[in-house]
Design a binder for this molecule. Structure first.
Ligand code: HEM
Length: 216
């Protein structure tokens, strides 16, 4: 669970930095080039698009393994506390983020399905008509975030991502044995919160700037 979680955090950081290309004042030239580059990476040594598919398969495998371990952990935990009369004490000691891991995870999975239907499959067309085809990636992002409710839906998903990571990042390093002292635990907690806030702010900058018209 720790390793797959860290792979997914690394993907999110890379994705967030990639999205910053939307902020360049070039009408989306760099952002569209970047999207094209993802599909031609490795070409002509590899067939067109193969690298992206390998990347998608690795990512999907990480998500599936992460979910399987989460459900195993949850059933083991409920079996352990099932016989205890005072498990309310355990609840009070854990943080809000820790207690909502499973719900946060479900919101993130639903968000990713919606996100892939919007950008990869282009089945969900937010902000533009059915008849419009072949919109460049930059224009699809602009059209979607021109709608306040799309920005709101993304903000809710980003809160879930942020809470999930603020606990999950710390737990991953604890599983890997890095919480060896009080100082190490404090450092890991701080780092987890920093990455969670960075991802929230970093992912929300482009949608908000588009909505308020700073990115025209
Ligand atoms: C405001 C935040 C976000 C924006 C604007 C955004 C935008 C995009 C865009 C435009 C693509 C398509 C890239 C392309 O095919 O060229 C994409 C792909 C993707 N995004 Fe995001 N994204 C955001 C947040 C997230 C988050 C939080 C996650 C995960 C929790 C995520 C997961 C993915 C995945 C898995 C793909 C790849 C789909 C594929 O294989 O084609 N994104 N995103």
């Amino acid at each position: 669970m720790a390793i797959t979680g860290l792979i997914l955090v690394a993907f999110l950081l890379a994705h967030m930095f990639g999205n910053f290309k939307m902020l360049l004042p070039d009408d989306g030239l760099e952002f569209n080039d970047y999207s094209h580059w993802l599909r031609t990476l490795g070409y002509p040594a590899l067939p067109h698009g193969l690298f992206l598919w390998i990347f998608r398969i690795v990512l999907l495998a990480a998500v599936i393994l992460h979910l399987v371990s989460a459900f195993r952990l949850r059933s083991r935990n409920s079996a352990n506390v099932g016989g205890q009369r005072y498990n309310t004490v355990r609840r009070m000691e854990s943080s809000y983020a820790a207690r909502t891991m499973i719900w946060g995870g479900i919101i993130i999975v639903l968000f990713v399905i919606m996100h892939i239907l919007q950008y990869t499959a282009q089945v969900l067309r937010f902000g533009y008509d059915e008849g419009v085809t072949n919109l460049a990636p930059y224009d699809r992002v602009l059209a979607g975030f021109g709608e306040w409710w799309v920005v709101l839906a993304y903000a809710v998903a980003m809160v879930a991502v942020c809470l999930h990571i603020s606990h999950g990042f710390y737990s991953a390093f604890a599983t890997l044995g890095a919480n060896t002292s009080k100082g190490a635990r404090r450092l890991l907690r701080g780092l987890a919160q920093f990455i969670a806030v960075l991802l929230f702010v970093g992912f929300m900058i482009p949608p908000v700037l588009i909505l308020i018209g700073v990115i025209p």
